[in-house]
Design a protein around this ligand. Structure first.
Ligand SMILES: [Zn+2]
Ligand SMILES: [Zn+2]
Length: 140
């Protein structure tokens, strides 16, 4: 048995309208690229100038990491990690003529070994970042 429009009550219509609004305004959450960081912001609210549905999803203080780094599609950095990562930006070099990739950190204390697959560079830089932040035990 189906409901006809004439049978919908004001209360039901109100619920449907609220659900439609929630779907239209669903957050598009972006994560911080710091390994282990759980912070997120709502990029849709940020782009449209709206207030995010949760205060912790605000984009205030977030930084963007462009392409040309070990994050080919770019990345997002929360305010907690903006200073740390700002001092350790991971630049990716174009491959050598024979196809080797390398990354270099802007702190000038770290450069990755040459690798055939550029996707390896992100993990290597993350290890450098975690060591720098004192979040990894020193090697035995
Ligand atoms: Zn973070
Ligand atoms: Zn560094």
């Amino acid at each position: 048995m189906s409901t006809t429009p004439a049978q919908i009550t004001e209360a039901e219509l109100s619920v449907l309208t609220a659900e439609l609004d929630a779907l239209r305004n669903a957050p598009v959450l972006r994560n911080c690229l710091m390994p282990g960081c759980l912070r997120q912001y709502d990029s849709l609210a940020s782009l449209s100038g709206k207030t995010p549905s949760r205060p912790e999803w605000s984009s205030a203080g977030w930084k963007m990491l462009g392409s040309g780094t070990v994050f080919p599609a770019g990345g997002n950095i929360c305010p907690d990690h903006a200073d740390l990562i700002g001092a350790h930006l991971p630049r990716r070099h174009s491959p050598t003529p024979d196809g080797w990739w390398q990354a270099r950190c802007t702190c000038d204390t770290w450069v990755s070994p040459l690798h055939r697959w550029h996707g390896v560079l992100r993990a290597l830089w993350e290890e450098h970042l975690l060591e720098t932040a004192g979040l990894l035990p020193p090697p035995a």
